[in-house]
Design a protein around this ligand. Structure first.
Ligand code: NAD
Ligand code: IPM
Ligand code: MN
Length: 365
C-alpha cells in the first residue's frame, strides 16, 4: 500500500462544495488501487481572514510544506472585495504559490467530444482542440516592485505595478514550455508583448536562445493581442503556449470557453521541488455558491492531475478521468455545460455519478 499526505484547501464560495466531491473520488480510487490518503484541511482566503485575520496563516503554509501535495478549491468573494490588498483572499493564494515556489502553472484546455456542443464556438472550430497553457506563476506584474499607490506631480492619486522578469525566471519557465511541447505535439508558441514592453523583449530573446537547445520543438512567437484573437479564430493552430503570469491568466480563461466551460478546467501549479498545488482554473463563483449548482469536474480533474504529476499514480489518474468521461457519455450535465437533450444535475449528483462509474469501473465508450 502506498500512502500520501494531502493538504486540502477548500477556501471560499463553491470551494467547500466541489472539494468534498473530489475528496470522495480520491477515497474511492484509493480503496480500489490500494492507495492510502491522509487528508488535512487548512485555511486560506476569505475563510482564513475570518478565522485568523490573515488570508494565509503561517500554519497553513506549514501544513502544506509537510504534505506530499496540495488540493486547492478556490478563494474570494464579495464579502472581502473592499478589503485593503494585504487583507484580500487573493493575497492568500498568491502567497501560497510564492511560499511553495510554484512557478509553473500547467493549464490544459482539451475539447472533449462529449462537450463540443457546450462551446459557444462552432463545432468545426473547436472539435479536436488540445492546448496546454504553461503560465509563469510567481513573477511578472503580480509580484514586481515597486507597486502601490502614490501621487503624481498634479497631486492626483496613482496606482502602479511593475512587470519584471529576470533571465533565470524566464529560462526556467521556458524550459517547462519546451519540455511540455516535447511530450505533446512538438509545437511551442511563446506569447508576449515584445512590440511594446522591454520585459517582453528580454522574454523573447531568452526563449529564442533556449530554443536552440530544443531543435525538435517548433518554436513560434506571438503578440498577446493577436494570440487572444487567434485562440478564437483558429484554436487548433496551438499545441503548447508558454507565457507570463498575467497573459497566462487571461488566455487560460479564454481557452476555457473553447472547451465549453471554465467549470471543466483543472490546473497544476508546480515547484522545482516540494509539494505543488492542484487547483481548478476557475474562481469561487460567488454567484452560484451554496446552491449545489457548481460543476465539480474541474476540481475532480485537478485531483487526477495531482495523482498523475505529484504522486506518479497514472493508473488512478486515468481511471478518474475515464469515470468523468463516462458521466458525460451518460448525458449528465451541470448548468454551465448544459445543452439540448442532456440531463441537468447539481454538484452532488454529478459527484455521485462519477463515484458510481469508478465503483462499477464504467469507462468512456
Ligand atoms: P469565477 O471563475 O469565480 O466565476 C466566473 C463565472 O464562471 C461565474 O459566472 C461563475 O458562476 C462561473 N463558474 C466558475 N466556476 C464554475 C463552476 N465550477 N461551475 C459552474 N460555473 C462556474 O470568476 P470571478 O467571478 O471573476 O471571480 C469570483 C471570485 O473568485 C473573485 O473573488 C476572484 O478573485 C476569485 N478567483 C479565485 C480563483 C482561485 O481561487 N484560483 C480564480 C479566479 C478567481
Ligand atoms: C487564477 C486567479 C488568480 C490569478 C487570482 C484569484 C489571484 O484568477 O488562479 O487564475 O490571477 O492567478
Ligand atoms: Mn484567473
Amino acid at each position: 500500500e502506498r500512502s500520501y499526505k494531502i493538504t486540502l484547501l477548500p477556501g471560499d464560495g463553491i470551494g467547500p462544495e466541489i472539494i468534498k466531491v473530489a475528496v470522495d473520488v480520491l477515497k474511492e480510487i484509493g480503496s480500489q488501487e490500494d492507495i492510502k490518503f491522509s487528508f488535512e484541511e487548512a485555511l486560506v482566503g476569505g475563510a482564513a481572514i475570518d478565522e485568523t485575520g490573515s488570508p494565509l496563516p503561517e500554519k497553513t503554509l506549514e501544513i502544506c510544506r509537510g504534505s506530499d501535495s496540495v488540493l486547492l478549491a478556490a478563494i474570494g468573494g464579495y464579502k472581502w472585495d473592499n478589503n485593503p490588498s494585504h487583507l484580500r483572499p487573493e493575497r492568500g493564494l498568491l502567497g501560497l504559490r510564492a511560499g511553495l515556489n510554484c512557478f509553473a502553472n500547467l493549464r490544459p484546455a482539451t475539447v472533449l467530444p462529449q462537450l463540443v456542443d457546450a462551446s459557444s464556438l462552432k463545432r468545426e472550430i473547436v472539435e479536436g482542440v488540445d492546448i496546454m497553457v504553461v503560465r509563469e506563476l510567481t513573477g511578472g506584474i503580480y509580484f514586481g516592485n515597486p507597486k502601490g499607490f502614490g501621487k503624481n506631480e498634479k497631486g492626483e492619486r496613482t496606482g502602479f505595478n511593475t512587470m519584471i522578469y529576470s533571465e533565470s525566471e524566464i529560462d526556467r519557465i521556458a524550459r517547462v514550455g519546451f519540455e511540455t511541447a516535447q511530450k505533446r505535439g512538438g509545437k511551442l508558441c511563446s506569447v508576449d508583448k515584445a512590440n511594446v514592453l522591454e520585459v517582453s523583449q528580454l522574454w523573447r530573446e531568452r526563449v529564442t536562445e533556449l530554443g536552440k537547445e530544443y531543435p525538435d520543438v517548433e518554436l513560434s512567437h506571438m503578440y498577446v493581442d493577436n494570440a487572444a484573437m487567434q485562440l478564437i479564430r483558429a484554436p487548433k493552430q496551438f499545441d503548447t503556449i508558454v507565457t507570463g503570469n498575467i497573459f497566462g491568466d487571461i488566455l487560460s480563461d479564454e481557452a476555457s470557453m473553447l472547451t465549453g466551460s471554465i467549470g471543466m478546467l483543472p490546473s497544476a501549479s508546480i515547484p522545482e521541488s516540494g509539494p505543488g498545488v492542484y487547483e481548478p482554473v476557475h474562481g469561487s463563483a460567488p454567484d452560484i455558491a451554496g446552491q449545489d449548482k457548481a460543476n465539480p469536474l474541474a476540481q475532480i480533474l485537478s485531483a487526477a492531475m495531482l495523482l498523475r504529476y505529484a504522486l506518479n499514480e497514472a493508473t488512478a489518474a486515468d481511471r478518474i478521468e475515464a469515470a468523468v468521461l463516462a458521466a458525460l457519455d451518460a448525458g449528465y450535465r451541470t448548468g454551465d455545460i448544459m445543452s439540448a437533450g442532456m440531463n441537468l444535475v447539481g454538484t452532488k449528483k454529478m459527484g455521485e455519478v462519477v463515484l458510481q462509474n469508478l465503483a462499477q469501473k464504467v469507462v468512456s465508450r
